[in-house]
Ligand binder design. Structure first.
Ligand code: HEM
Length: 344
């Protein structure tokens, strides 16, 4: 083909893409195995890259588990959390203070590049976020958390920090605020407790647990409070493990020696330890402790402390429910070429 003909084809394709109407994103039917015919093997590609990322840095697993929550609770699961700020939209969700510490965007980029190589323009970033959270939670739990999420989501074209700030729960919330926040997305008190169990893994900034540094002894074990206070003496920026079991031995030996025998060699193991820690008053966030202050949520904390297998199953189901949160009615969607930017 002559160069002029190639240019004409490229221009025509670009024009067609520009004119093509964006699809309706809020009423899509999701389906398990959605890409079987259009991008066979895509789920294995995602799994391969998630496993690779976790092997290189186990912390990226927790980041991927948090990402599905922060994507799906704001405008539904539409990849809106992945969008970078631009001059036209400088305040995307990821710039919101509530999204402090959100990470693993590079892992999503790597997966998207591999998937685009295999099947260009076919697999949405929002489906990648869901598959990646599925694989990360399975790997971090040694396969105990497992589920088959449906797919077929489209990527949204809107992303606003103010909406993230409005829709996501804050670590300073009271239990009633947490319950209201989850109810707005049609999640029950039990599901609030189940999903909070994700705080068995990962880290938080000292700024996110400030209230715990001065909480009274009936809310936090004083030795643990001393440990946190020591680490947070440097200011709001250090991060501490969400699970005391992942603390470094020196810090625990100094402030909380009775806990030394419970430290684990492998960090970020996803299980029901959050509930044991919570009942023992050694959790990082005020919002975690708050679950002990209401009758029903306290009952569920006890239930999941006693039955780890039940939690594995119920956590899996709750993540599937989370993954089905739809985009706002009437939203337009597309398959982004790059997860950080809307097409065009
Ligand atoms: C119930 C209300 C919740 C509140 C108030 C809350 C709050 C927080 C905060 C403040 C952090 C630390 C951020 C930082 O300072 O860097 C965090 C981390 C985390 N959250 Fe939540 N969260 C909640 C629910 C959830 C849910 C439902 C999930 C997932 C299903 C989740 C998964 C995680 C994970 C895995 C981390 C660690 C992330 C990392 O290490 O990169 N959280 N959360």
């Amino acid at each position: 083909m002559k160069v002029s003909a190639v240019v004409a084809v490229v221009v025509l394709c670009a024009a067609a893409a520009l004119l093509a109407p964006a699809a309706e994103g809020s009423t899509r039917k999701l389906k398990v195995g959605y890409y079987e015919k259009t991008c066979r093997g895509v789920e294995n590609v995602v799994k391969y890259h998630v496993a690779k990322a976790i092997k290189a840095n186990r912390r990226s697993g927790a980041a991927l588990v948090r990402l599905i929550f922060h994507d799906c609770f704001v405008r539904g699961c539409d990849g809106s959390v992945l969008l970078d700020p631009t001059p036209a939209n400088p305040h995307t969700e990821k710039t919101a203070p509530i999204n402090i510490g959100l990470a693993a965007f590079d892992v999503i980029d790597e997966i998207k590049a591999a998937v685009e190589d295999r099947c260009p323009g076919t697999v949405s970033c929002s489906d990648i976020v869901v598959y990646a959270a599925r694989d990360a939670s399975s790997i971090l739990s040694n396969g105990h958390v497992h589920f088959e999420p449906p797919a077929g989501r489209l990527d949204g074209v809107a992303s606003h920090a103010a909406e993230a700030q409005r829709d996501l729960p804050d670590s300073t919330f009271t239990v009633q605020e947490l319950i209201r926040n989850f109810r707005r997305k049609n999640f029950t008190i039990e599901e609030l407790v189940i999903l909070s169990g994700a705080h068995a893994i990962g880290v938080g900034h000292c700024s996110s647990l400030r209230a715990r540094l001065t909480a009274p002894a009936d809310q936090i074990v004083p030795a643990y409070r001393n440990l946190l206070a020591g680490k947070c003496a440097a200011g709001p920026n250090p991060v501490v493990p969400n699970n005391v079991r992942d603390e470094n031995p020196a810090a625990v030996a100094a402030a909380f020696p009775s806990f030394l025998k419970k430290l684990r060699k492998v960090n970020d193991f996803l299980d029901n330890s959050y509930y044991h820690n919570n009942l023992a008053r050694i959790v990082t966030f005020n919002s975690d402790w708050q679950l002990l202050t209401e009758k029903e949520s306290l009952g569920h904390v006890k239930e999941y402390a006693e039955n780890g297998t039940l939690w594995d199953e119920d956590f899996s189901d709750a993540l599937v429910k989370l993954s089905k949160l739809p985009m706002p009615h009437g939203s337009q969607g597309q398959i982004r070429k790059h997860c950080r930017f809307v097409n065009y």
